[in-house]
Design a protein around this ligand. Structure first.
Ligand code: F3S
Length: 295
Protein backbone atom coordinates (compact mmCIF):
# COMPACT_ATOMS: atom_id res chain seq x y z
CA UNK A 1 0.00 0.00 0.00
CA UNK A 2 1.22 3.50 -0.81
CA UNK A 3 0.02 6.43 1.30
CA UNK A 4 0.39 9.99 0.02
CA UNK A 5 -0.16 12.95 2.35
CA UNK A 6 -1.18 16.14 0.49
CA UNK A 7 1.68 18.63 0.30
CA UNK A 8 -0.26 21.30 2.20
CA UNK A 9 -2.58 19.81 4.79
CA UNK A 10 -3.68 20.57 8.33
CA UNK A 11 -2.80 23.64 10.39
CA UNK A 12 -2.22 26.87 8.51
CA UNK A 13 0.53 29.26 9.60
CA UNK A 14 -1.86 31.34 11.75
CA UNK A 15 -3.19 28.41 13.80
CA UNK A 16 0.24 26.87 14.16
CA UNK A 17 1.57 30.18 15.44
CA UNK A 18 -1.35 30.49 17.89
CA UNK A 19 -0.85 26.94 19.16
CA UNK A 20 2.81 27.69 19.83
CA UNK A 21 1.79 30.73 21.87
CA UNK A 22 -0.65 28.56 23.84
CA UNK A 23 2.10 26.03 24.56
CA UNK A 24 4.54 28.74 25.66
CA UNK A 25 1.89 30.27 27.92
CA UNK A 26 1.19 26.90 29.51
CA UNK A 27 4.90 26.49 30.26
CA UNK A 28 5.15 30.02 31.67
CA UNK A 29 3.61 29.00 35.00
CA UNK A 30 0.41 31.09 34.69
CA UNK A 31 -2.18 29.64 37.04
CA UNK A 32 -5.29 30.63 35.10
CA UNK A 33 -5.25 30.69 31.31
CA UNK A 34 -8.32 31.77 29.40
CA UNK A 35 -8.72 31.41 25.66
CA UNK A 36 -11.04 33.95 24.08
CA UNK A 37 -12.82 31.59 21.69
CA UNK A 38 -11.34 28.22 20.77
CA UNK A 39 -7.84 28.54 19.31
CA UNK A 40 -8.52 25.69 16.91
CA UNK A 41 -12.04 24.68 15.90
CA UNK A 42 -11.13 21.03 16.05
CA UNK A 43 -13.23 19.32 18.78
CA UNK A 44 -10.50 16.84 19.81
CA UNK A 45 -7.86 19.59 20.10
CA UNK A 46 -10.26 21.82 22.04
CA UNK A 47 -10.91 18.92 24.42
CA UNK A 48 -7.17 18.27 24.79
CA UNK A 49 -6.51 21.90 25.73
CA UNK A 50 -9.49 21.98 28.10
CA UNK A 51 -8.17 18.82 29.80
CA UNK A 52 -4.88 20.64 30.30
CA UNK A 53 -6.63 23.47 32.12
CA UNK A 54 -7.24 26.08 29.40
CA UNK A 55 -10.60 27.75 29.99
CA UNK A 56 -12.45 28.76 26.83
CA UNK A 57 -14.53 31.88 27.24
CA UNK A 58 -16.54 34.08 24.90
CA UNK A 59 -16.56 37.86 24.40
CA UNK A 60 -19.27 38.45 27.04
CA UNK A 61 -17.22 36.65 29.72
CA UNK A 62 -14.38 39.19 29.51
CA UNK A 63 -16.17 41.54 31.95
CA UNK A 64 -16.19 38.79 34.62
CA UNK A 65 -12.45 38.02 34.51
CA UNK A 66 -10.30 39.55 37.23
CA UNK A 67 -7.18 37.40 37.25
CA UNK A 68 -5.10 35.07 35.09
CA UNK A 69 -4.22 35.81 31.48
CA UNK A 70 -6.20 35.78 28.25
CA UNK A 71 -5.09 34.35 24.91
CA UNK A 72 -6.76 36.05 21.95
CA UNK A 73 -7.85 33.56 19.26
CA UNK A 74 -6.18 33.51 15.83
CA UNK A 75 -9.35 35.03 14.29
CA UNK A 76 -8.78 38.15 16.42
CA UNK A 77 -11.10 40.27 18.54
CA UNK A 78 -12.41 43.83 18.50
CA UNK A 79 -10.63 46.84 19.99
CA UNK A 80 -13.12 47.24 22.88
CA UNK A 81 -12.35 43.77 24.26
CA UNK A 82 -8.64 44.51 24.33
CA UNK A 83 -9.36 47.82 26.09
CA UNK A 84 -11.46 46.10 28.79
CA UNK A 85 -8.68 43.60 29.47
CA UNK A 86 -6.01 46.32 29.54
CA UNK A 87 -8.04 48.40 31.97
CA UNK A 88 -8.33 45.41 34.27
CA UNK A 89 -4.58 44.81 34.02
CA UNK A 90 -5.10 41.29 32.65
CA UNK A 91 -2.09 40.11 30.62
CA UNK A 92 -3.01 39.52 26.98
CA UNK A 93 -1.36 36.94 24.75
CA UNK A 94 -2.34 38.12 21.32
CA UNK A 95 -2.45 35.04 19.08
CA UNK A 96 -4.31 36.89 16.32
CA UNK A 97 -2.97 35.64 12.98
CA UNK A 98 -0.71 38.35 11.50
CA UNK A 99 -2.79 38.29 8.30
CA UNK A 100 -5.95 38.93 10.30
CA UNK A 101 -4.17 41.67 12.25
CA UNK A 102 -3.31 43.31 8.92
CA UNK A 103 -7.04 43.41 8.07
CA UNK A 104 -7.83 45.00 11.45
CA UNK A 105 -5.15 47.67 10.92
CA UNK A 106 -6.54 48.59 7.48
CA UNK A 107 -10.05 48.81 8.95
CA UNK A 108 -8.89 51.04 11.80
CA UNK A 109 -6.74 53.34 9.64
CA UNK A 110 -9.35 53.94 6.94
CA UNK A 111 -12.20 54.27 9.43
CA UNK A 112 -10.26 57.00 11.23
CA UNK A 113 -9.60 58.66 7.86
CA UNK A 114 -13.36 58.91 7.28
CA UNK A 115 -13.98 55.99 4.92
CA UNK A 116 -17.02 53.73 5.17
CA UNK A 117 -15.64 50.25 5.79
CA UNK A 118 -17.00 47.31 3.80
CA UNK A 119 -16.02 43.82 4.91
CA UNK A 120 -16.73 41.14 2.34
CA UNK A 121 -17.44 38.09 4.44
CA UNK A 122 -19.77 36.19 6.70
CA UNK A 123 -21.22 38.41 9.46
CA UNK A 124 -21.32 35.53 11.96
CA UNK A 125 -17.69 34.58 11.51
CA UNK A 126 -15.50 35.51 14.54
CA UNK A 127 -12.87 37.07 12.28
CA UNK A 128 -15.43 39.41 10.72
CA UNK A 129 -16.96 40.26 14.10
CA UNK A 130 -13.44 41.02 15.37
CA UNK A 131 -12.48 43.15 12.34
CA UNK A 132 -15.72 45.12 12.65
CA UNK A 133 -14.64 45.90 16.20
CA UNK A 134 -11.84 48.10 14.78
CA UNK A 135 -14.30 50.52 13.20
CA UNK A 136 -16.72 50.85 16.09
CA UNK A 137 -18.87 47.98 14.73
CA UNK A 138 -19.98 50.26 11.90
CA UNK A 139 -18.79 48.26 8.88
CA UNK A 140 -21.10 47.11 6.14
CA UNK A 141 -20.70 43.35 6.06
CA UNK A 142 -21.51 42.00 2.64
CA UNK A 143 -21.52 38.45 1.42
CA UNK A 144 -23.56 38.91 -1.72
CA UNK A 145 -23.88 41.47 -4.47
CA UNK A 146 -27.63 41.64 -3.67
CA UNK A 147 -26.86 43.46 -0.42
CA UNK A 148 -25.50 46.61 -2.07
CA UNK A 149 -28.83 48.46 -2.53
CA UNK A 150 -27.90 51.91 -1.18
CA UNK A 151 -24.16 51.79 -1.60
CA UNK A 152 -24.16 55.09 -3.58
CA UNK A 153 -24.89 57.07 -0.40
CA UNK A 154 -21.26 56.65 0.63
CA UNK A 155 -18.69 58.88 -0.96
CA UNK A 156 -15.55 57.06 0.12
CA UNK A 157 -15.36 53.33 0.76
CA UNK A 158 -12.59 51.03 1.93
CA UNK A 159 -13.14 47.33 1.16
CA UNK A 160 -11.38 44.45 2.91
CA UNK A 161 -12.01 40.70 2.72
CA UNK A 162 -12.52 38.01 5.32
CA UNK A 163 -9.27 36.06 4.86
CA UNK A 164 -11.04 32.85 3.86
CA UNK A 165 -13.60 34.26 1.41
CA UNK A 166 -13.76 33.03 -2.19
CA UNK A 167 -11.81 35.40 -4.43
CA UNK A 168 -14.30 35.48 -7.33
CA UNK A 169 -17.04 36.63 -4.95
CA UNK A 170 -14.81 39.34 -3.52
CA UNK A 171 -13.86 40.62 -6.98
CA UNK A 172 -17.48 40.69 -8.12
CA UNK A 173 -18.55 42.77 -5.10
CA UNK A 174 -15.56 45.11 -5.50
CA UNK A 175 -16.34 45.68 -9.20
CA UNK A 176 -19.94 46.53 -8.41
CA UNK A 177 -19.02 48.99 -5.65
CA UNK A 178 -16.34 50.59 -7.83
CA UNK A 179 -18.88 51.22 -10.57
CA UNK A 180 -21.26 53.02 -8.20
CA UNK A 181 -19.13 54.86 -5.62
CA UNK A 182 -16.95 57.91 -6.07
CA UNK A 183 -13.79 56.78 -4.27
CA UNK A 184 -13.05 53.14 -3.47
CA UNK A 185 -9.91 51.73 -1.84
CA UNK A 186 -9.66 47.95 -2.10
CA UNK A 187 -7.46 45.60 -0.09
CA UNK A 188 -7.58 42.00 -1.18
CA UNK A 189 -6.84 40.50 2.23
CA UNK A 190 -7.67 36.92 1.23
CA UNK A 191 -5.17 34.46 2.68
CA UNK A 192 -3.64 31.96 0.27
CA UNK A 193 -3.54 29.12 2.85
CA UNK A 194 -7.06 27.94 2.06
CA UNK A 195 -6.59 27.93 -1.71
CA UNK A 196 -3.22 26.19 -1.36
CA UNK A 197 -4.75 23.44 0.78
CA UNK A 198 -7.59 22.97 -1.66
CA UNK A 199 -5.23 22.75 -4.66
CA UNK A 200 -2.97 20.26 -2.85
CA UNK A 201 -5.98 18.14 -1.84
CA UNK A 202 -7.27 18.06 -5.43
CA UNK A 203 -3.82 17.12 -6.75
CA UNK A 204 -3.50 14.21 -4.30
CA UNK A 205 -7.09 13.04 -4.82
CA UNK A 206 -6.45 12.77 -8.57
CA UNK A 207 -3.44 10.51 -7.98
CA UNK A 208 -5.02 7.99 -5.60
CA UNK A 209 -7.74 5.32 -5.50
CA UNK A 210 -9.02 6.23 -2.04
CA UNK A 211 -8.89 9.61 -0.31
CA UNK A 212 -9.19 10.28 3.41
CA UNK A 213 -10.07 13.79 4.59
CA UNK A 214 -9.39 14.34 8.29
CA UNK A 215 -11.14 17.14 10.16
CA UNK A 216 -14.08 18.19 12.31
CA UNK A 217 -17.51 17.21 11.00
CA UNK A 218 -18.63 20.81 11.59
CA UNK A 219 -15.57 22.44 10.05
CA UNK A 220 -16.57 24.29 6.89
CA UNK A 221 -13.07 24.29 5.41
CA UNK A 222 -12.82 20.51 5.94
CA UNK A 223 -16.22 20.03 4.29
CA UNK A 224 -14.99 22.06 1.33
CA UNK A 225 -11.95 19.76 1.06
CA UNK A 226 -14.30 16.74 1.11
CA UNK A 227 -16.30 18.20 -1.80
CA UNK A 228 -13.15 18.95 -3.80
CA UNK A 229 -11.69 15.48 -3.16
CA UNK A 230 -14.99 13.79 -4.09
CA UNK A 231 -14.98 15.61 -7.41
CA UNK A 232 -11.49 14.18 -8.14
CA UNK A 233 -11.75 10.76 -6.44
CA UNK A 234 -15.14 9.12 -5.95
CA UNK A 235 -13.83 6.97 -3.08
CA UNK A 236 -13.44 9.82 -0.61
CA UNK A 237 -14.26 9.53 3.08
CA UNK A 238 -14.42 12.19 5.80
CA UNK A 239 -13.28 11.24 9.30
CA UNK A 240 -12.69 13.16 12.51
CA UNK A 241 -10.25 10.68 14.04
CA UNK A 242 -8.71 7.28 13.38
CA UNK A 243 -11.70 5.68 15.15
CA UNK A 244 -13.98 6.68 12.28
CA UNK A 245 -11.87 5.01 9.61
CA UNK A 246 -13.33 1.93 7.91
CA UNK A 247 -10.15 -0.14 7.64
CA UNK A 248 -11.87 -2.97 5.77
CA UNK A 249 -12.73 -0.46 3.04
CA UNK A 250 -9.30 1.22 3.04
CA UNK A 251 -7.52 -2.12 2.68
CA UNK A 252 -9.24 -2.74 -0.65
CA UNK A 253 -7.04 -0.08 -2.25
CA UNK A 254 -3.37 0.22 -3.04
CA UNK A 255 -2.91 3.96 -3.32
CA UNK A 256 -4.39 6.07 -0.52
CA UNK A 257 -4.31 9.85 -0.10
CA UNK A 258 -4.68 11.90 3.08
CA UNK A 259 -5.49 15.55 3.58
CA UNK A 260 -6.70 17.54 6.59
CA UNK A 261 -8.64 20.71 7.33
CA UNK A 262 -6.82 23.88 8.42
CA UNK A 263 -7.85 23.35 12.05
CA UNK A 264 -6.84 19.68 12.25
CA UNK A 265 -3.78 19.17 14.47
CA UNK A 266 -0.82 17.14 13.27
CA UNK A 267 -1.24 14.52 16.00
CA UNK A 268 -4.64 13.50 14.63
CA UNK A 269 -3.27 13.20 11.08
CA UNK A 270 -0.29 11.24 12.42
CA UNK A 271 -2.61 8.80 14.22
CA UNK A 272 -4.49 8.16 10.97
CA UNK A 273 -1.29 7.68 8.98
CA UNK A 274 0.27 5.36 11.54
CA UNK A 275 -3.00 3.44 11.95
CA UNK A 276 -3.14 2.74 8.23
CA UNK A 277 0.52 1.70 8.10
CA UNK A 278 -0.07 -0.63 11.03
CA UNK A 279 -3.10 -2.26 9.40
CA UNK A 280 -1.19 -2.65 6.18
CA UNK A 281 1.65 -4.37 8.02
CA UNK A 282 -0.77 -6.76 9.73
CA UNK A 283 -2.45 -7.51 6.39
CA UNK A 284 0.91 -8.24 4.75
CA UNK A 285 1.96 -10.55 7.57
CA UNK A 286 -1.29 -12.46 7.33
CA UNK A 287 -1.06 -13.14 3.64
CA UNK A 288 -1.19 -16.91 3.31
CA UNK A 289 0.98 -18.14 0.57
CA UNK A 290 -0.90 -20.77 -1.41
CA UNK A 291 1.45 -23.47 -2.55
CA UNK A 292 0.12 -26.16 -4.82
CA UNK A 293 1.88 -29.46 -4.79
CA UNK A 294 1.53 -32.10 -7.41
CA UNK A 295 0.40 -35.48 -6.14
FE1 F3S B 1 -4.19 33.19 9.20
FE2 F3S B 1 -4.71 32.41 6.77
FE3 F3S B 1 -4.77 30.70 8.72
S1 F3S B 1 -5.41 34.26 7.73
S2 F3S B 1 -5.39 31.86 10.49
S3 F3S B 1 -2.96 31.80 7.97
S4 F3S B 1 -6.16 30.73 7.01
Amino acid sequence: MEIIVAEKAGYCFGIENAMKMVKDTMHSGQDKIYSLGPISHNPQETQRLTDQGIMIINDEDVEKINSGCVILRSHGVGKKIIKVLEEKGIPIINATCPYVRAVQKKVETYYEAGYKIVIVGNRDHPEVIGANGWCNDEALIINDIKHLENIEVYDRICIVAQTTIIESRFNKICDEIRSRVNEVVIFNTICSATAERQAAAAKTAKEVEYMVVVGGYHSSNTQKLVDICKSCCENTCHIETIRDLDFAEVMKYQKIGITAGASTPDWIVKEVLEGMEEQNKIAEENVVEVVTTEE
